[in-house]
Ligand binder design. Structure first.
Ligand SMILES: Cc1cc2nc3c(=O)[nH]c(=O)nc-3n(C[C@H](O)[C@H](O)[C@H](O)COP(=O)(O)OP(=O)(O)OC[C@H]3O[C@@H](n4cnc5c(N)ncnc54)[C@H](O)[C@@H]3O)c2cc1C
Length: 254
C-alpha cells in the first residue's frame, strides 16, 4: 500500500553516498519507512575505480552506488534527487525542505552528507584529481607501487609529513615538494634517514605525463630553478575527516 506522503517518515537520510545508501538498505530491510534525499555529488565521483572494497575491488564507484540505490528501492526505500537546504525541528519531528520547496517530515534524521575536498591551489591539479592525483594510498597506492611518487605539501603540515612517511610503504622513491610548508630539523633528519628526496620548492603546475597512463609531471619553482620532475603518481595533502586521519595513523605507526 502506498504511504501517505504527509505522514512523517521513520527516517529521512540526507546524503545518498556509500554511507547514506548502506544505512538506507539496512533501515528499509528493518521495515522502517525511509527516504534518501541526495544531490548527486559523492566524494569519489572523480575516480573510475574503487579499491579496497571487499568482493568488488576495482568497481566503478558510481556503478556501486547505483546498485546500492536499486537495492534500497527494492526493499521499499524512496529516493528524491534534490538538495536539502533547511531542517527544522517541531516537537518530536523534523521537516526537511529541499531547494525546490518540497517538504519532508520525519521522526529521525540521518545526516550522511560526507565531506568536500579542498585541493591546494596548484594549476592543473583539480583536472587530475581522482585519476592521477590522489590523497589515499590505501585506496590507490597499490596500482603505482614501486614507482616514483611525489607528495605536494598542503595546508595541513602534520598530515603532509605523515603522508610522506606513509608513502614509503608503497615505494622507496618518494619526492616531497614542500610547497610552502616549513619543516623543522627533526622532520628533515627523519626524511633523510628514510631516503625521501626533499624539494624545498613551490609547485607551479602539474600535468599528465604523455608517456604513461598514470604519470604526472610536476613543475616546481623557487628556490630551485623551474624544471620538470616526472612522477608516476602524486598524492597530496588535503582536508581529511579527523576520523579518517586517525585511522590512517593507527594503521601506520610502527
Ligand atoms: C578521488 C577519491 C577516490 C577515492 N577512492 C576510494 C577508494 O578507492 N576506496 C575507498 O574505500 N574510498 C575511496 N575514497 C573515499 C570515499 O570516497 C569516501 O570514503 C566515501 O565517499 C564516503 O562516503 P559518504 O557517503 O560518507 O560521503 P559521499 O560519498 O561524499 O556522499 C555524500 C552524499 O551526500 C550528498 N549531499 C551532501 N549535502 C547534501 C544536501 N544538503 N542535500 C542532499 N544531498 C547532499 C552529496 O551529494 C553526496 O552524494 C575516495 C575519495 C576520493 C576523493
Amino acid at each position: 500500500m502506498a504511504r501517505n506522503a504527509t505522514e512523517p517518515l521513520d527516517v529521512l537520510i540526507i546524503g545518498g553516498g556509500f554511507a547514506g545508501t548502506a544505512a538506507g538498505v539496512t533501515l528499509a530491510r528493518a521495515q522502517r519507512t525511509v527516504r534518501i534525499i541526495d544531490n548527486g555529488k559523492p566524494r569519489n565521483r572523480f575516480s573510475a575505480h574503487s579499491h579496497g572494497i571487499m568482493g568488488r575491488d576495482g568497481a566503478s564507484p558510481m556503478e556501486l552506488l547505483d546498485q546500492g540505490r536499486d537495492e534500497f528501492i527494492a526493499f521499499g526505500g524512496e529516493v528524491t534527487q534534490n538538495e536539502v537546504t533547511s531542517l527544522e525541528q517541531t516537537g518530536n519531528a523534523w521537516t526537511a525542505t529541499t531547494a525546490d520547496g518540497q517538504q519532508f517530515p520525519a521522526r529521525q534524521i540521518l545526516m550522511a552528507t560526507g565531506i568536500t575536498d579542498e585541493l591546494p591551489d596548484v594549476p592543473g591539479l583539480a583536472e587530475l584529481w581522482g585519476s592521477r592525483v590522489f590523497h589515499c594510498p590505501y585506496c590507490h597506492g597499490y596500482e603505482v607501487r614501486g614507482r616514483d611518487l611525489a607528495v605536494i605539501g598542503g595546508r595541513n603540515p602534520r598530515f603532509t609529513t605523515h603522508m610522506v612517511h606513509l608513502m614509503r610503504k608503497w615505494t622507496d622513491r618518494v619526492t616531497f615538494f614542500t610547497n610552502g610548508l616549513s619543516l623543522d630539523e627533526a622532520d628533515r633528519a627523519l626524511f633523510e634517514k628514510r631516503g625521501v628526496a626533499l624539494m624545498d620548492a613551490t609547485v607551479s603546475r602539474v600535468q599528465p605525463d604523455p608517456e604513461s597512463k598514470t604519470g604526472v609531471l610536476v613543475s616546481a619553482t623557487d628556490p630551485i630553478e623551474a624544471g620538470d620532475s616526472a612522477s608516476t603518481a602524486i598524492a597530496i595533502d588535503q582536508a581529511l575527516l579527523d576520523e579518517e586521519l586517525q585511522q590512517v595513523r593507527g594503521q601506520t605507526h610502527e
